[in-house]
Design a protein around this ligand. Structure first.
Ligand SMILES: [Zn+2]
Ligand SMILES: [Zn+2]
Length: 125
């Protein structure tokens, strides 16, 4: 059940964002890049159109990865927030864990399952 607005932010509260619903994809990514960027065994993401998404408080640090993508994180507390790639120019990925209600967005597919750590489960759909 999706609400009128998707909201979230970083751990310290310096960065807040909002997005309108219509989540295109909800996935759990096992790639080594996400793992390192977030310092987590896997990273769940929701994908929305870029036009649906705005930072409403604060300005995250934004950096280009070695794969030519752009990631943002809070430079106060380090929470990983978004991912953008020119391969999907109209989309932005938001870390499910930074949402105010991540429980509403269970991942429905695994991405890069071949890179997963052996002790991380895939989704049992
Ligand atoms: Zn923060
Ligand atoms: Zn990934």
């Amino acid at each position: 059940m999706q609400k009128d607005e998707i909201t979230g932010g970083c751990y310290c509260g310096e960065i807040r964002f909002s997005a309108t619903p219509d989540v295109r994809v909800s996935a759990n990514c096992h790639c080594a890049n996400c793992r390192r960027a977030a310092g987590a065994q896997a990273v769940a993401w929701i994908v929305v159109k870029r036009a649906q998404f705005t930072f409403v408080k604060g300005k995250p640090h934004r950096y280009e990865t070695e794969t030519g993508a752009w990631r943002t994180f809070c430079d106060q507390c380090g929470t990983s927030l978004t991912y953008e790639t020119d391969r999907r120019p109209d989309e932005i990925d938001i870390t499910t864990g930074s949402l105010d209600h991540p429980e509403d967005f269970p991942p429905t597919k695994d991405v890069y399952p071949e890179e997963r750590l052996p002790w991380v489960d895939l989704i049992h759909a």
